[in-house]
Write a protein that binds this ligand. Structure first.
Ligand SMILES: *Cc1c(COP(=O)(O)O)cnc(C)c1O
Length: 362
């Protein structure tokens, strides 16, 4: 059986390690979007609240609604709110990031219709990532109209596109300069200014002088920080394991899997594991790309990964059906596994399907 083990003591370690790098006045926003990076948002969010996180962050409204339905009452920011979810954002007391002028107007209108005032919102500024965010002029326009809006501006933020790059990084420096100038403008127009924030996990490690009022940490909570030296300070909280369900002896020249994805170059032993691309192990793996760990030895993934199953080469490994296979754990990390197929821990973890049994260690 394939199982994802989550160790909440390691989540505590990561949270306190990151928090420990901040000034006492800097707040923590814990990012639990995409089901807490595939690991299980409700369990993780509740643990983070016990640890004292100030905010939770999700990408879309329905993720915030799921947290509210699980009884979570803390402030929840929605990074990427959509027009269709405006009513539910208000009904579930979620805090939207506002990032286009028309959405600002639509959100204000919906609040007015519901007779809501002083509603908590956040402004997202584009400083060079060119993903989402208000331009500098759009921020100016917002500031000039701020008294007309039924908002309480809780924070103003931007997002770096290359926060893990070695310093100095010209691109990041430009983003920082742009954000600090927006910050000064905003500060001048409010008697009690909102919070300002810029950094995700790698930014927290790489730009300690820019922690500002708040940091937004996601991947770090789950044990990664996008550079070996920082990764060493954190503990991956998830371990993915499976068990061998069948072993075949195949002869030199025999093929394995769909479309004869792998041809045995010698007589071989092939093991089958009950997880496939529907579980988040993409077809970029297989045909020799990526390996799992069985009794301390690396078994390469051979053939094409199927929807529900994948095959590994056990020829050099002494093992039998029901033995455990580690896909990733603390020693053989999700980040190492992901890199073999040209991707990153973020994508691998968020792809893990809900049908993988989650087990929680406290
Ligand atoms: C996902 C996200 C984060 C978290 O980034 P990590 O690299 O996982 O720490 C922070 N800010 C924004 C706007 C995000 O979308």
């Amino acid at each position: 059986m394939t199982q994802l083990h989550l160790d909440l003591t390691k989540l505590t370690h990561n949270y306190t390690t990151i928090k420990g790098r901040l000034a006492a006045s800097t707040k923590m926003m814990s990012v639990v979007k995409a089901d807490a990076y595939g690991l299980g948002a409700v369990t993780i969010a509740k643990h983070l609240l016990d640890l004292g996180t100030d905010w939770l962050a999700v990408a879309y409204a329905q993720e915030g609604i799921a947290l509210r339905n699980a009884g979570i009452e803390c402030p929840i920011i929605v990074f990427y709110p959509q027009y269709e979810s405006i009513d539910s954002i208000i009904d579930y007391a979620l805090e939207p990031a506002l990032f286009t002028p028309p959405f600002i107007e639509a959100f204000a209108k919906a609040l007015n219709q519901k007779n809501k005032t002083n509603y908590p919102v956040h402004l997202k500024c584009n400083t060079g990532l060119n993903r989402i965010g208000l331009s500098g002029t759009e921020v100016d326009h917002f500031l000039s109209k701020k008294l007309d809006y039924p908002f309480q501006l809780k924070s103003v933020y931007s997002h770096l596109g290359a926060s893990e790059n070695t310093r100095p990084c010209d691109f990041t420096q430009k983003q920082i300069t742009a954000f600090l100038s927006i910050k000064e403008k905003v500060k001048k127009t409010y008697s009690s200014p909102p919070l300002f924030h810029l950094l995700n996990t790698s930014g927290i490690f790489n730009y300690p002088e820019l922690h500002l009022d708040l940091v937004r940490t996601g991947i770090g909570l789950y044990g990664f920080a996008n550079q070996a030296a920082w990764d060493q300070l954190l503990l991956p909280i998830a371990q993915l394991s499976s068990t061998i369900v069948q072993i075949h002896n195949v002869q030199k020249g025999d093929s394995v899997g769909y479309n004869q994805g792998w041809i045995a170059e010698r007589d071989s032993r092939i093991g089958v594991l009950p997880l496939g691309h529907a579980d988040g192990i993409s077809r970029q793996f297989g045909k020799g790309v990526g390996g799992v760990w069985i009794n301390g030895n690396r078994a390469p993934i051979v053939g094409n990964v199927c929807m529900d199953m994948l095959m590994v080469d056990l020829t050099e490994i002494s093992c039998q059906p029901s033995d455990q296979a580690i896909i990733f754990d603390q020693q053989h990390t999700a980040s190492d596994f992901a890199e073999q197929a040209g991707t990153i821990s973020y994508e691998l973890m968020t792809s893990l399907s809900p049908r993988i049994q989650r087990t929680i260690l406290k």
